[in-house]
Design a binder for this molecule. Structure first.
Ligand SMILES: [Mg+2]
Length: 384
């Protein structure tokens, strides 16, 4: 079998796809979306496509090594997202070639279904805000979700007045009151806080027993994370912006957090996600792969979730279940997604939809994430 084509598509604002074709007619699909950088990954994939042409797609590890090591400059979000998409598409091809779900080629599944959490929270304590939150919760409860993630809304400065902190803390405790004690609740700080503020806020919410707090500070400094984890009694999580084992190394070896969130679409693909999970197992850390994009990225996450023992829970978003993009979207039942039994990554792409070109207004440099962020009081740059 030989690779004959690598095609790329941009059917939606936040969706980039690749399709790798072979001379046997088998095709592999994957997602190459890098949020906020819609043009860069496609260019990187075009460069790798020159290498892939005519190669055997089943030599997945060989190609990973080639793409990662041979062009001298390594790593980086664009490069690793390009490698990730190609790697996932090759796993799809391999499963289809052997006639088995791709997870059977990774040692076989160690679980039958994948526990997922939904995005839900209370962001606005006004009557209308509470009503909207209540409606969404009811809808999600009907699907049987048993875990939800929220985040403090808006920008956070180095310190905020008690009123701002109290508003978030009150929302957190209200969420607990609404869902009861059998449901897990977690919060994503999106790396917007300083270590001191993060500790203060975490200690304020510890009484409502969060499952974890994610990215209390940005990802670059594992010592800062470790310092926060040592002062907080519940698990912290990080890793959606870390790429490859080498960027996870300090977080794992310093045991800076309890839970790791590699993003399969950015960390180097399913091959690298599995290696990160195996590495983390030594330190009793669990993985909860980040997935805030589409249904093919979710499939690539679940490929690894299925085969590693130290998997805890999978992120997914409403738009990421594949409505309108997959012939059969992923279905959440009782808070889980059943493993597929079809060959490959378990997705059948609706080609008519997937190959459409998105031409909406938001296409372009970093506008996919909503534009530019500044502190209102002084106009200085704020984190997303
Ligand atoms: Mg996050």
């Amino acid at each position: 079998m030989k690779i004959t084509r690598v095609d790329q598509f941009a059917p939606r604002n936040r969706t980039r796809l690749i399709r790798i074709s072979t001379d046997t007619g088998i095709e592999g699909w994957a997602e190459s979306t890098l949020e906020g950088k819609p043009q860069s990954v496609p260019a990187a994939i075009d460069e790798f496509a020159e290498y892939l042409m005519g190669k055997d797609p089943l030599r997945i590890e060989h190609h990973w090594q080639q793409m990662y090591r041979s062009s001298f400059f390594r790593g980086g979000a664009h490069n690793m997202s390009a490698i990730a998409a190609i790697n996932a598409a090759l796993w799809d091809i391999a499963g289809k070639h052997h006639g088995v779900p791709s997870y059977m080629l990774m040692g076989g599944n160690v679980r039958d279904k994948i526990r997922v959490y939904a995005h839900w929270g209370i962001r606005d304590l006004s009557d209308e805000g509470l009503e909207a939150s209540r409606e969404r919760l009811t809808m999600l409860q009907k699907k049987g979700y048993t875990a939800y993630k929220a985040g403090p809304a808006g920008t956070w400065r180095a310190h905020e007045p008690p009123s701002r902190i109290d508003e978030f803390v009150k929302a957190a405790y209200t969420m607990r009151e609404w869902v009861g004690d059998d449901v897990e609740l977690c919060f994503d700080f999106h790396g917007k806080m300083t270590p001191g503020l993060a500790v203060e806020v975490c200690n304020e919410i510890k009484g409502m027993r969060p499952m974890f707090v994610e990215e209390p500070v940005p990802q670059e400094n594992p010592d800062a994370l470790k310092r926060i984890q040592e002062q907080v009694s519940f698990p912290l999580a990080s890793g959606e912006r870390l790429l490859s084992r080498w960027e996870f190394r300090e977080v794992i070896e310093k045991q800076a957090v309890s839970l790791l969130q590699p993003d399969v679409a950015h960390c180097g693909g399913p091959s690298e996600l599995k290696r990160i999970a195996n590495y983390a197992e030594v330190y009793y850390q669990h993985i909860m792969p980040h997935c805030a994009i589409g249904p093919l990225a979710l499939a690539a996450c679940m490929l690894v979730d299925a085969v590693v023992p130290n998997f805890l829970i999978q992120e997914q978003v409403d738009a990421g279940l594949g409505e309108g993009l997959l012939k059969k979207p992923w279905e959440v039942k009782d808070g889980h997604i059943d493993l597929w039994d079809t060959p490959g990554l378990g997705v059948e792409v609706d080609e008519a939809e997937a190959t459409k070109e998105y031409d909406g207004e938001a296409y372009g440099y970093h506008k996919e994430l909503g534009g530019e962020y500044y502190y209102e009081n002084d106009g200085s740059v704020a984190d997303w």
